[in-house]
Design a protein around this ligand. Structure first.
Ligand SMILES: [Cu+2]
Length: 139
């Protein structure tokens, strides 16, 4: 019995967390390039988020996706570059000048965006239709 309650509580907590995630605004993730490394090495983003790279080294670097999908180009010292994350942005990336500099962009799934919520608005229209139907029956 106690085990069942524990499972129920865990499920409830998971559902609550999922709902909280739905209303999270898009985020900006910052990757600093320091001492020939991308920090943090792994970014977990959602589609619509922004990732911003800032080169804190005195030498130029790039952030270049290994599958060719995106490329910051040359970032001078204190140079910055940002991109809006799309699903196909996921994967490993390197510095084109120093291929031993490796890092990863993970892209999760945003189940419900603001647009998704807008699409769920037909409910009021259905209610209006039902009202009209009822009214017509009265006549
Ligand atoms: Cu580099």
């Amino acid at each position: 019995m106690k085990a069942e309650w524990f499972v129920m509580a865990a499920v409830a907590a998971a559902v609550t967390a999922a709902c909280a995630a739905d209303v999270q605004p898009v985020r900006t993730h910052v990757v600093e390039i320091r001492q020939f490394a991308f920090l943090p090495e792994t970014i977990s983003a959602l589609p619509g988020d922004t990732i911003r790279w800032i080169n804190r080294d005195p030498v130029p670097h790039t952030a270049t996706s290994s599958n060719g999908g995106w490329d910051s180009g040359r970032l001078e010292a204190e140079g910055e570059w940002a991109m809006v994350v799309e699903r196909d942005a996921a994967g490993d990336y390197v510095c084109a000048y120093h291929p031993n500099m490796r890092a990863t962009v993970q892209v999760g799934r945003r189940f419900r965006s603001g647009r998704g919520d807008a699409k769920r608005t037909p409910r009021p229209f259905a209610a209006i239709a039902a009202f009209h139907d009822g009214h017509a029956d009265d006549v």
